[in-house]
Design a protein around this ligand. Sequence first.
Ligand code: PMP
Length: 315
Amino acid sequence: MSQVKAKYAFFNGKIVPIEEAKISVMTHAFNYGTGVFGGMRGYWNDDEEQLFVFRPHEHFERLKHSAAFLRINIPYSIEELTAILTELLRTEGYRENCYARPIAYKSSEMIGVRLSDIEDAFTIFAIPFGSYVADEEGTHVHFSAWRRIDDNAIPARGKITGAYANSALIKADALLAGYDEALVLNNDGHVSEASAANVFIVRKGVLYTPPVQSNVLEGIVRRSMMVIAREELGLEVVERDIDRTEVYMADEVFLCGTGVQMVAVTRVEHRPIGSGQIGPITRDLRRLFFDIVTGRVAKYRHWLSPVYAKEKVNA
Ligand code: PMP
């Protein structure tokens, strides 16, 4: 995973050098996890010399919902947020794939666990970003011993910073046990998602994914993948509870999300999935996904927001 530092951040209402974008150890969100965040990717298209941000409208819409839930005010419209992100990416001058991280948080420097009468702040930074998973065509996962946080504790759909201690435990234990990722069960014992990605299984040509009521983040790639599978591959896609043993018996399994993008799961613990190699549906969806996010499919250009203003002019 890339650890290159950003050079700039949007902080306190303007773009500043990253060294100036600092918070205090007394910041409420640092102490209590009272922040909400997003993560979106920019994809560089070399032929068009253009950077495309994937579905910023949907990402900022979700961020605003998450923020409202934690009583954090983001003083910008979705259009203004997209414009701020665009300006930040232009300032960085990225001509490569990158990842943007907006965070809205409780910024008062104080002790006291609550959400009211506390100041809010908003920041964004963006870094160059490649693959998140070492082998995108052959990921090896296990079922985590941790359970997914419940909607009645900290809602997963909220993308709340403090809730990611749950994801960190899940991911850390998977890595330390020698796996690349983990699948997590709900308290009712059904499959929810991975540490930071949604999951799909394929059984007899039908795609299944856990419904949004199963303590999953309402993933924007998940939503996109359902459209692509239906419209481009003519597949049936069903949202329903998934049992653990269905994963073992699936023909194909894949994870999707902004960070992981679209990765084939080929082994769960000691069990190969299907043939133990990436399957045909996962392969087709992967190819379509990368064509779409890099702007190569006209039908889905409306999912992309170009960063650089120029329409290339042939001199
Ligand atoms: N689930 C969790 C817990 C996540 O953190 C993410 C990454 N944002 C996802 C699913 C995938 O969501 P998206 O497709 O919107 O990135």
